[in-house]
Design a protein around this ligand. Structure first.
Ligand SMILES: Nc1ncnc2c1ncn2[C@@H]1O[C@H](COP(=O)(O)OP(=O)(O)OP(=O)(O)O)[C@@H](O)[C@H]1O
Ligand SMILES: [Mg+2]
Length: 315
Protein backbone atom coordinates (compact mmCIF):
# COMPACT_ATOMS: atom_id res chain seq x y z
CA UNK A 1 0.00 0.00 0.00
CA UNK A 2 2.79 2.44 0.91
CA UNK A 3 5.96 2.63 -1.13
CA UNK A 4 8.87 2.02 1.25
CA UNK A 5 10.86 4.74 -0.51
CA UNK A 6 8.19 7.34 0.16
CA UNK A 7 9.15 10.50 2.00
CA UNK A 8 6.93 9.73 4.95
CA UNK A 9 7.93 6.10 5.32
CA UNK A 10 10.45 5.38 8.02
CA UNK A 11 13.78 5.36 6.28
CA UNK A 12 16.71 3.22 7.38
CA UNK A 13 18.73 6.16 8.64
CA UNK A 14 15.93 7.64 10.69
CA UNK A 15 14.16 6.45 13.77
CA UNK A 16 11.06 8.14 15.09
CA UNK A 17 8.20 9.70 13.22
CA UNK A 18 8.30 12.08 10.29
CA UNK A 19 7.28 15.49 11.66
CA UNK A 20 5.19 17.66 9.35
CA UNK A 21 4.25 21.20 10.45
CA UNK A 22 1.38 23.07 8.82
CA UNK A 23 1.74 26.84 9.11
CA UNK A 24 1.84 30.12 7.27
CA UNK A 25 1.53 33.69 8.37
CA UNK A 26 -2.17 34.44 7.96
CA UNK A 27 -5.00 33.45 10.26
CA UNK A 28 -8.13 31.79 8.93
CA UNK A 29 -6.61 30.47 5.70
CA UNK A 30 -7.41 26.85 6.56
CA UNK A 31 -4.34 25.53 8.37
CA UNK A 32 -6.39 23.61 10.94
CA UNK A 33 -8.91 22.26 8.44
CA UNK A 34 -6.08 21.07 6.18
CA UNK A 35 -4.05 19.57 9.05
CA UNK A 36 -7.04 17.61 10.35
CA UNK A 37 -8.02 16.28 6.94
CA UNK A 38 -4.45 15.62 5.80
CA UNK A 39 -3.98 13.58 8.97
CA UNK A 40 -7.06 11.52 8.09
CA UNK A 41 -5.87 11.06 4.49
CA UNK A 42 -2.52 9.75 5.76
CA UNK A 43 -4.20 7.53 8.36
CA UNK A 44 -6.46 6.10 5.63
CA UNK A 45 -3.31 5.07 3.77
CA UNK A 46 -2.15 3.03 6.71
CA UNK A 47 0.20 5.46 8.43
CA UNK A 48 -0.03 5.72 12.21
CA UNK A 49 -0.61 9.43 12.62
CA UNK A 50 -0.64 11.75 15.62
CA UNK A 51 -2.08 15.16 14.97
CA UNK A 52 -1.02 17.86 17.42
CA UNK A 53 -2.62 21.20 18.20
CA UNK A 54 0.36 23.50 18.59
CA UNK A 55 -1.87 26.56 18.38
CA UNK A 56 -1.45 26.88 22.11
CA UNK A 57 -3.42 30.10 22.42
CA UNK A 58 -6.30 29.22 20.09
CA UNK A 59 -6.68 25.46 20.04
CA UNK A 60 -9.60 24.22 17.95
CA UNK A 61 -8.25 21.18 16.15
CA UNK A 62 -10.43 18.86 18.26
CA UNK A 63 -13.57 20.64 16.99
CA UNK A 64 -12.54 20.28 13.35
CA UNK A 65 -11.82 16.59 13.99
CA UNK A 66 -15.22 16.19 15.64
CA UNK A 67 -13.76 15.20 19.01
CA UNK A 68 -15.37 16.48 22.24
CA UNK A 69 -13.17 18.84 24.26
CA UNK A 70 -10.53 16.43 25.64
CA UNK A 71 -9.96 16.04 29.39
CA UNK A 72 -6.23 15.45 29.16
CA UNK A 73 -4.22 17.80 27.00
CA UNK A 74 -0.74 19.14 26.31
CA UNK A 75 -1.23 21.40 29.34
CA UNK A 76 -0.98 18.29 31.55
CA UNK A 77 2.23 17.32 29.82
CA UNK A 78 3.70 20.82 29.94
CA UNK A 79 2.89 21.15 33.63
CA UNK A 80 4.33 17.70 34.30
CA UNK A 81 1.12 16.13 35.55
CA UNK A 82 1.67 13.68 32.67
CA UNK A 83 5.28 12.54 32.15
CA UNK A 84 4.82 11.42 28.55
CA UNK A 85 2.69 12.40 25.56
CA UNK A 86 1.20 8.89 25.53
CA UNK A 87 -0.77 9.88 28.60
CA UNK A 88 -2.46 12.86 26.98
CA UNK A 89 -3.53 11.12 23.79
CA UNK A 90 -7.14 11.56 22.73
CA UNK A 91 -8.37 8.75 20.47
CA UNK A 92 -10.40 9.65 17.39
CA UNK A 93 -13.01 7.74 15.43
CA UNK A 94 -10.51 7.36 12.57
CA UNK A 95 -8.38 4.20 12.74
CA UNK A 96 -4.62 4.96 13.01
CA UNK A 97 -5.24 8.55 14.08
CA UNK A 98 -4.85 10.08 17.53
CA UNK A 99 -4.97 13.67 18.74
CA UNK A 100 -2.76 15.61 21.10
CA UNK A 101 -4.94 18.54 21.98
CA UNK A 102 -4.15 21.93 23.43
CA UNK A 103 -7.73 22.63 24.45
CA UNK A 104 -8.28 23.86 28.03
CA UNK A 105 -5.11 25.94 27.94
CA UNK A 106 -3.38 27.05 31.13
CA UNK A 107 -2.47 30.66 31.65
CA UNK A 108 0.83 31.45 29.96
CA UNK A 109 0.82 28.28 27.85
CA UNK A 110 0.78 30.35 24.64
CA UNK A 111 4.28 31.57 25.51
CA UNK A 112 6.31 28.47 26.12
CA UNK A 113 9.49 28.48 28.13
CA UNK A 114 12.47 27.51 26.01
CA UNK A 115 13.01 24.31 28.02
CA UNK A 116 9.34 23.32 27.63
CA UNK A 117 9.55 23.81 23.88
CA UNK A 118 12.66 21.63 23.64
CA UNK A 119 11.02 18.97 25.81
CA UNK A 120 7.90 19.00 23.66
CA UNK A 121 9.97 18.70 20.47
CA UNK A 122 12.03 15.85 21.93
CA UNK A 123 8.86 13.96 22.83
CA UNK A 124 7.40 14.57 19.33
CA UNK A 125 10.56 13.04 17.86
CA UNK A 126 10.26 10.02 20.14
CA UNK A 127 6.51 9.56 19.71
CA UNK A 128 5.40 6.11 18.62
CA UNK A 129 3.87 6.97 15.23
CA UNK A 130 4.86 7.13 11.58
CA UNK A 131 3.93 10.77 11.26
CA UNK A 132 3.36 13.61 13.70
CA UNK A 133 1.41 16.47 12.12
CA UNK A 134 1.60 19.85 13.84
CA UNK A 135 -1.15 22.43 13.44
CA UNK A 136 0.48 25.81 14.03
CA UNK A 137 -1.16 29.10 14.96
CA UNK A 138 -1.09 32.19 12.78
CA UNK A 139 1.68 34.78 12.87
CA UNK A 140 5.43 34.73 13.20
CA UNK A 141 5.92 34.32 16.97
CA UNK A 142 9.25 32.62 17.76
CA UNK A 143 7.50 29.51 19.14
CA UNK A 144 5.50 29.12 15.94
CA UNK A 145 8.61 29.57 13.77
CA UNK A 146 10.59 27.13 15.93
CA UNK A 147 7.98 24.38 15.62
CA UNK A 148 7.90 24.93 11.87
CA UNK A 149 11.69 24.87 11.56
CA UNK A 150 12.05 21.80 13.77
CA UNK A 151 9.83 19.73 11.45
CA UNK A 152 11.19 17.53 8.66
CA UNK A 153 8.60 19.05 6.36
CA UNK A 154 6.93 22.45 6.64
CA UNK A 155 3.68 22.97 4.76
CA UNK A 156 2.65 26.58 4.15
CA UNK A 157 -1.04 27.23 3.57
CA UNK A 158 -1.87 30.30 1.52
CA UNK A 159 -5.20 31.70 0.36
CA UNK A 160 -5.31 33.50 -2.99
CA UNK A 161 -5.56 36.98 -1.49
CA UNK A 162 -2.86 39.68 -1.50
CA UNK A 163 -2.84 39.77 2.32
CA UNK A 164 -2.35 36.04 2.66
CA UNK A 165 0.39 35.95 0.01
CA UNK A 166 2.14 38.86 1.72
CA UNK A 167 1.90 37.19 5.14
CA UNK A 168 3.26 33.94 3.73
CA UNK A 169 6.34 35.75 2.42
CA UNK A 170 6.68 37.47 5.83
CA UNK A 171 6.55 34.04 7.43
CA UNK A 172 9.25 32.63 5.14
CA UNK A 173 11.45 35.68 5.69
CA UNK A 174 10.99 35.46 9.48
CA UNK A 175 11.74 31.73 9.47
CA UNK A 176 14.90 32.24 7.41
CA UNK A 177 15.97 35.11 9.67
CA UNK A 178 15.51 32.85 12.68
CA UNK A 179 17.73 30.26 11.02
CA UNK A 180 20.36 32.84 10.14
CA UNK A 181 20.29 34.19 13.71
CA UNK A 182 20.93 30.66 14.98
CA UNK A 183 23.74 30.20 12.44
CA UNK A 184 25.31 33.47 13.62
CA UNK A 185 26.21 31.79 16.93
CA UNK A 186 29.33 30.79 14.98
CA UNK A 187 31.56 33.86 15.00
CA UNK A 188 32.83 33.25 11.48
CA UNK A 189 29.26 33.06 10.14
CA UNK A 190 28.19 36.21 12.01
CA UNK A 191 31.14 38.12 10.59
CA UNK A 192 30.56 36.77 7.04
CA UNK A 193 26.86 37.73 7.18
CA UNK A 194 27.77 41.22 8.40
CA UNK A 195 30.30 41.69 5.64
CA UNK A 196 27.90 40.32 3.02
CA UNK A 197 25.22 42.72 4.24
CA UNK A 198 27.60 45.69 4.05
CA UNK A 199 28.78 44.67 0.60
CA UNK A 200 25.17 44.56 -0.55
CA UNK A 201 24.21 47.96 0.81
CA UNK A 202 22.78 50.22 -1.81
CA UNK A 203 21.74 47.37 -4.05
CA UNK A 204 18.63 45.40 -3.12
CA UNK A 205 19.89 42.14 -1.64
CA UNK A 206 17.63 39.13 -1.41
CA UNK A 207 18.12 36.50 1.32
CA UNK A 208 19.37 34.16 -1.44
CA UNK A 209 22.04 36.67 -2.51
CA UNK A 210 23.00 37.44 1.07
CA UNK A 211 23.50 33.76 1.88
CA UNK A 212 25.38 33.13 -1.39
CA UNK A 213 27.72 36.09 -0.70
CA UNK A 214 28.35 34.98 2.86
CA UNK A 215 29.12 31.45 1.68
CA UNK A 216 31.78 32.81 -0.68
CA UNK A 217 33.74 34.07 2.32
CA UNK A 218 35.46 30.81 3.07
CA UNK A 219 34.99 27.06 3.10
CA UNK A 220 34.34 26.97 6.84
CA UNK A 221 31.51 29.54 6.60
CA UNK A 222 30.12 27.68 3.59
CA UNK A 223 30.08 24.41 5.53
CA UNK A 224 28.57 25.91 8.69
CA UNK A 225 25.88 27.89 6.84
CA UNK A 226 24.86 24.89 4.73
CA UNK A 227 24.56 22.75 7.86
CA UNK A 228 22.62 25.38 9.83
CA UNK A 229 20.23 26.16 6.98
CA UNK A 230 19.45 22.51 6.28
CA UNK A 231 15.75 21.58 6.54
CA UNK A 232 12.87 21.68 6.81
CA UNK A 233 11.63 20.70 3.38
CA UNK A 234 9.29 23.49 2.31
CA UNK A 235 5.90 22.80 0.72
CA UNK A 236 2.95 24.97 -0.21
CA UNK A 237 -0.77 24.40 -0.55
CA UNK A 238 -3.19 26.98 -1.91
CA UNK A 239 -6.56 26.88 -0.17
CA UNK A 240 -9.98 28.46 -0.73
CA UNK A 241 -9.31 29.03 -4.43
CA UNK A 242 -12.29 30.54 -6.26
CA UNK A 243 -11.02 31.47 -9.69
CA UNK A 244 -9.24 29.55 -12.38
CA UNK A 245 -6.24 31.87 -12.19
CA UNK A 246 -5.82 30.97 -8.48
CA UNK A 247 -4.32 27.71 -9.75
CA UNK A 248 -1.31 29.66 -11.00
CA UNK A 249 -0.49 31.04 -7.55
CA UNK A 250 1.33 27.98 -6.16
CA UNK A 251 3.81 27.59 -9.06
CA UNK A 252 4.35 31.39 -9.10
CA UNK A 253 5.15 31.46 -5.39
CA UNK A 254 7.49 28.49 -5.80
CA UNK A 255 9.40 30.51 -8.43
CA UNK A 256 9.63 33.60 -6.18
CA UNK A 257 10.82 31.45 -3.28
CA UNK A 258 13.55 29.88 -5.42
CA UNK A 259 14.75 33.19 -6.84
CA UNK A 260 14.33 35.46 -3.83
CA UNK A 261 14.71 33.22 -0.79
CA UNK A 262 16.80 30.43 -2.32
CA UNK A 263 14.45 27.73 -1.08
CA UNK A 264 13.01 24.90 -3.11
CA UNK A 265 9.32 25.10 -2.32
CA UNK A 266 7.38 22.04 -3.31
CA UNK A 267 3.90 22.91 -4.56
CA UNK A 268 1.44 20.34 -3.25
CA UNK A 269 -2.06 21.21 -4.39
CA UNK A 270 -4.66 23.89 -4.95
CA UNK A 271 -7.81 23.29 -2.89
CA UNK A 272 -10.96 25.11 -3.87
CA UNK A 273 -13.40 27.00 -1.69
CA UNK A 274 -15.86 24.25 -0.94
CA UNK A 275 -19.26 24.50 0.78
CA UNK A 276 -18.73 20.98 2.16
CA UNK A 277 -16.00 22.32 4.44
CA UNK A 278 -18.47 24.73 6.07
CA UNK A 279 -21.14 22.02 6.24
CA UNK A 280 -18.78 19.53 7.88
CA UNK A 281 -17.66 22.07 10.49
CA UNK A 282 -21.29 22.74 11.31
CA UNK A 283 -21.82 19.01 11.64
CA UNK A 284 -18.69 18.86 13.85
CA UNK A 285 -17.25 16.19 11.60
CA UNK A 286 -14.03 16.24 9.54
CA UNK A 287 -14.73 16.91 5.87
CA UNK A 288 -13.00 13.70 4.74
CA UNK A 289 -15.34 11.63 6.91
CA UNK A 290 -18.57 13.59 6.31
CA UNK A 291 -18.07 14.23 2.58
CA UNK A 292 -15.37 11.84 1.35
CA UNK A 293 -16.13 12.53 -2.31
CA UNK A 294 -16.33 16.33 -2.27
CA UNK A 295 -13.73 18.32 -4.21
CA UNK A 296 -11.93 19.40 -1.03
CA UNK A 297 -11.57 15.79 0.22
CA UNK A 298 -10.26 14.66 -3.17
CA UNK A 299 -7.79 17.55 -3.20
CA UNK A 300 -6.54 16.72 0.29
CA UNK A 301 -5.92 13.13 -0.78
CA UNK A 302 -3.88 14.39 -3.75
CA UNK A 303 -2.01 16.64 -1.32
CA UNK A 304 -1.27 13.65 0.92
CA UNK A 305 0.05 11.66 -2.07
CA UNK A 306 2.26 14.55 -3.15
CA UNK A 307 3.55 14.96 0.38
CA UNK A 308 4.39 11.27 0.56
CA UNK A 309 6.12 11.20 -2.80
CA UNK A 310 7.93 14.51 -2.46
CA UNK A 311 9.90 15.55 0.50
CA UNK A 312 11.12 19.01 -0.45
CA UNK A 313 14.69 20.13 -0.54
CA UNK A 314 16.66 23.22 0.20
CA UNK A 315 18.11 25.16 -2.71
N1 LIG B 1 -11.31 24.99 1.27
C1 LIG B 1 -12.22 25.61 2.06
N2 LIG B 1 -13.47 25.81 1.60
C2 LIG B 1 -14.40 26.44 2.36
N3 LIG B 1 -14.16 26.91 3.59
C3 LIG B 1 -12.93 26.73 4.10
C4 LIG B 1 -11.90 26.06 3.37
N4 LIG B 1 -10.79 26.03 4.15
C5 LIG B 1 -11.12 26.64 5.29
N5 LIG B 1 -12.39 27.08 5.27
C6 LIG B 1 -13.11 27.83 6.32
O1 LIG B 1 -12.23 28.75 6.91
C7 LIG B 1 -12.35 28.71 8.31
C8 LIG B 1 -10.99 28.88 8.94
O2 LIG B 1 -10.24 27.70 8.74
P1 LIG B 1 -9.15 27.24 9.78
O3 LIG B 1 -9.66 27.32 11.17
O4 LIG B 1 -8.64 25.93 9.33
O5 LIG B 1 -8.04 28.38 9.55
P2 LIG B 1 -6.66 28.54 10.30
O6 LIG B 1 -5.67 28.95 9.26
O7 LIG B 1 -6.35 27.34 11.08
O8 LIG B 1 -6.98 29.76 11.26
P3 LIG B 1 -6.15 30.21 12.57
O9 LIG B 1 -4.91 30.87 12.07
O10 LIG B 1 -7.09 31.16 13.24
O11 LIG B 1 -5.85 28.99 13.37
C9 LIG B 1 -12.98 27.37 8.66
O12 LIG B 1 -13.91 27.53 9.67
C10 LIG B 1 -13.63 26.90 7.41
O13 LIG B 1 -15.01 27.09 7.52
MG1 LIG C 1 -5.98 27.07 13.14
Amino acid sequence: MIAPSSALALSEDRTGPRIVAVGGGKGGVGKTVITANLAIALAERGYRVAVVDVDLGGANLHTVLGVPCPDRTLADFLERRAPTLQEVITPTSVPNLCLLSAARPQLGMANLKHASKLRLLRHFREFDADCVLLDLGAGTAFDTLDFFLAAHQGVLVVAPTPTSVENTYHFIRAALSRKLAAAAKHRSVASALRRAQEAGKGSLQSPRELIARAKEMGAEVERLLSAELKGPGWSLAVNQARKLRDRELGPKMAKVCREHFGIALEYLECLGDDESVWDSIELKRPTLSAFPDCAFSKGVRVMASNLIQGGGTHA
